[in-house]
Design a protein around this ligand. Sequence first.
Ligand SMILES: [Zn+2]
Length: 199
Amino acid sequence: MITTTNDRRVVSLLQTIAGFFKGPSGPKCSECSSTIIGDVCPNLDCPLKVTEWLLRWCSPEAVNIPALGQAEAEHLAGLRLVLHPGELYELGQGDWDRLDGVSAGQLAEIHSQIEDSKSAKPGALLHGLRLPGVSGDLAKRLVNEFGSIDALRDAKPKSLQEIDGVDESLAFGVRRWFRDSINRQALKKLEQNGFSFNA
Ligand SMILES: [Zn+2]
């Protein structure tokens, strides 16, 4: 005969097994339902993440493309037309035409601001790249200290930690950012489209 305690044990065991097959638990991303890891959605092409990155990239503190706002960023990300800011510079007319509710005048403005954005200062550029924990102020100081984004990419975590406000976890986060394949692809595309990271 099965006792109540045994029943509970069986139920608890079944729940453990079910939990194992469900994958990691925890808060889910509101956009793509991936389980959030350390405050970040791990999904590389999560539209929410791409939208946030585009908005940071276009902000006045970064490369300044104010004509491209929240609605346009959400559209570009939602249609999977853009995975990272580098792809913004490779969109064709047919891609832009897929954005509903954007007038010809606004589109012309976006195009002209995109062209102007290529002359953004390295500190602003770095802010736009959205490295974890790197504020606008820290981005400027890092570029001043290392001289270029290329030099920052090659910097050892130890030398990064000599900068005021950079602890070990931030230093390793910066290193990880530069090693990530999507981020490397973003830098490559940006370079191919007229951005310079070595000055
Ligand atoms: Zn997500």
